[in-house]
Design a binder for this molecule. Structure first.
Ligand code: XMP
Length: 481
């Protein structure tokens, strides 16, 4: 037994002391940071791998804003891979394998295929796979219903504008504009279609200049996996679907089975970054990094919906955990992800100043339009549900997925939850909330005189505060309206 003499601190226990600054405007600071070596995020924020936070819509919005979403693992493998595919299809320079139909397809079938796939055009191919025409929603607008072939309304090959497979984006943009067309098929030497560039995709690129993208221009996305043998298959199927990052999601990450899983994933998928967690000590970071982890997630019991500290007695107050872990992380070049307990942009700034490279948000994002599930109305106000992944209902849902059936009520009693279910106010879109959070971080960086996150780490000085100091930090002695 050992009782540590130092005090564990969390966000509300401290403030950052303003530093001399040469920064004239918060727009002059750069909050970008490394998620893992090789993947830099324009904004240092991840959405949590929780079933009330991150599925495809959240991951798309996060990556478009310059952060990244981690799709949770509490669903069948194929559904998780589908979510990955949705994110990878949401934006790209080039649509690989665009949908094609044979030239004897009827107009009715073409209409149905386009509606089902939610797309505005189809490429028509001949028996040898060669390009014979293109069909757009406009061609079908007033076309008669029935079994007429699409060839009667499509634009035929000889009137089409096409480009080679390696067409640069700027040239594609010019061609689309010059010919006032919306779709530019890319063909190989045999006139087979190998890709498609659309005006819509180019517009999206302009709308999200900070988006987190892979080298094909697709949004990046991470997936959570566990440590059991089916999780290796989960990782393989998600990598095949296009996942960019594998994240081992275990409540107590400083454990042999997590270390082994890091080694296995690094061996099986050597080109893919592996994030491991959660830990709350420097030794935890050291051991996971030694096994090959490319980043380590820090936070035990800090989350808004966590009851681990109450149920087990374990945890380290989050600011101390981040600082302890970041010290070793920075020494060995492994980024730290501060996970849990961030409820304001001030907390975000403190977490980054304490040494985190990125943060993970659960409840703050659970109230947005893009989180899974619909909003509910209570007493005339809109809310969304958030639940701990170790809560009672999440445990039951997980067992139902594993068993593919209902869980016996007796089994409910055997569960010892370490999380709760809760309501959070509906907060509008992810873009709105990230704008406020990053605005606060930028402003905080200017108080530190820090143009970059590395300078924030260097310049940050924390001061402990008392309950009176905490009260002073809030709006006080006024009646809020
Ligand atoms: P916030 O505070 O952002 O925290 O909502 C999100 C993080 O909380 C963790 N998490 C849990 N921790 N029991 C726990 O002890 C749970 O049931 C639980 N569910 C989520 C997780 O690290 C998440 O990212």
């Amino acid at each position: 037994m050992n009782i540590r003499a130092d005090v564990g601190l969390t966000f509300d226990d401290v403030l950052l002391v303003p530093n001399h600054s040469s920064i004239r405007s918060r727009s002059h600071v750069d909050p970008s940071s490394w998620l893992v070596p090789g993947i830099r995020l324009a904004i240092p924020i991840l959405s949590a791998n929780m079933d009330t936070v991150t599925e495809a819509s959240m991951a798309i919005a996060m990556a478009q804003s310059g952060g990244m979403g981690i799709i949770h693992r509490f669903m069948p493998i194929e559904r998780q891979a589908d979510a990955v595919r949705k994110v990878k299809r949401a934006e790209s320079f080039v649509v690989e394998n665009p949908l094609t139909v044979p030239s004897d397809t009827s107009i009715d079938d073409a209409r149905r295929i386009m509606a089902e796939a939610g797309i505005g055009g189809l490429i028509v191919i001949g028996a040898q796979g060669q390009l014979v025409g293109i069909l757009t929603a406009r061609d079908l607008l007033l076309a008669p219903k029935g079994s007429y072939s699409v060839t009667s309304v499509m634009t035929p090959r000889e009137r089409m504008v096409v480009a080679q497979a390696d067409e640069p984006l700027d040239a594609a943009r010019l061609a689309l504009h010059a010919h006032r067309i919306e779709k530019l098929p890319l063909v190989d030497d045999q006139d087979n279609v190998v890709g498609l560039i659309t005006a819509q995709d180019i517009i999206k690129l302009q709308e999200h200049p900070q988006a987190t993208k892979d080298n094909k221009g697709r949004l990046r996305v991470g997936v959570a996996v566990g440590v059991r043998s089916p999780d290796l298959e989960r990782a393989a199927v998600c990598v095949e679907a296009g996942a960019d990052v594998l994240l081992i999601d275990i409540a107590h990450g400083h454990a042999d089975h997590v270390v082994e899983m890091v080694r296995t994933l690094k061996r099986e998928f050597p080109e893919y970054p592996v994030v491991a967690g959660n830990v709350a000590t420097a030794q935890g970071v050291h051991d996971l990094a030694e096994a090959g982890a490319d980043a380590v997630k820090v936070g035990v019991g800090a989350g808004s919906i966590c009851t681990t500290r109450i149920v087990t007695g374990y945890g380290v107050p989050q600011l101390t955990a981040i600082a302890d872990c970041a010290r070793v992380g920075q020494e060995i070049g492994v980024p730290i992800i501060a996970d849990g307990g961030i409820s304001t942009s001030g907390d975000l700034t403190k977490a980054m100043a304490a040494g985190a490279s990125t943060v993970m948000l659960g409840s703050l994002l659970a109230g947005t339009e893009e989180s899974p599930g619909a909003a509910v109305v209570r007493n005339g106000r809109r809310y969304k549900v958030v639940r701990g992944m170790a809560s009672l209902t999440a445990n039951v849902a997980r067992k139902e997925i594993e068993k593919i059936g209902e869980v016996d009520p007796d089994e409910w009693e055997a569960i010892v939850p370490e999380g709760v279910e809760a309501l959070v106010p509906y907060r509008g879109t992810v873009t709105d909330i990230l704008y406020q959070l990053i605005g606060g971080l930028r402003s905080g960086m200017s108080y530190a005189g820090a143009g970059t996150i590395a300078e924030l780490w260097e310049n940050a000085e924390f001061i402990r505060i008392t309950p009176a100091g905490q009260a002073e930090s809030q709006a006080h002695d006024v009646r809020l309206i």
